[in-house]
Write a protein that binds this ligand. Structure first.
Ligand code: FES
Length: 114
């Protein structure tokens, strides 16, 4: 999906996963030093993207990410909405694994690991 060192530190980066030729799925990769976590680019208020492009993504690095529509503000560390129309709800978190070579991948299903 990405190389950790290619992601700007203390920054949320939008990545696009092509699921089919005409369908894309966007995640927000949030890096802080060696740690990377991901959220689905979907606001829990109306179910719309937080932003449609990287340069539209509203963020206070290390603090919060905000929705472009009604400006709900989500905590950087865990995606909890701290203010706005969906206060108390959360962004959908996606489990990640960082491989020894620095590749960031969606974590394997824990059931498949057994
Ligand atoms: S759609 Fe995101 S705050 Fe309303």
């Amino acid at each position: 999906m990405a190389q950790r060192d290619a992601l700007a530190d203390v920054c949320a980066t939008m990545v696009t996963l092509n699921t089919t030729e005409d369908n894309v799925f966007r995640l927000l990769l949030v890096r802080a030093g060696p740690d990377v976590h991901a959220f689905v680019n979907r606001c829990p208020h109306f179910g719309v993207p937080l932003a449609s492009r990287q340069d539209h993504l509203l963020q206070k690095p290390g603090i919060s990410i905000s929705c472009n529509v009604h400006y709900a503000r989500f905590r950087w560390s865990d995606g909890l909405c701290e203010s706005g129309e969906c206060k108390g709800e959360s962004l959908i978190s996606v489990p990640l694994e960082v491989q020894p070579d620095g590749r960031v991948c969606i974590a394997r299903d824990p059931i498949e690991r057994q």
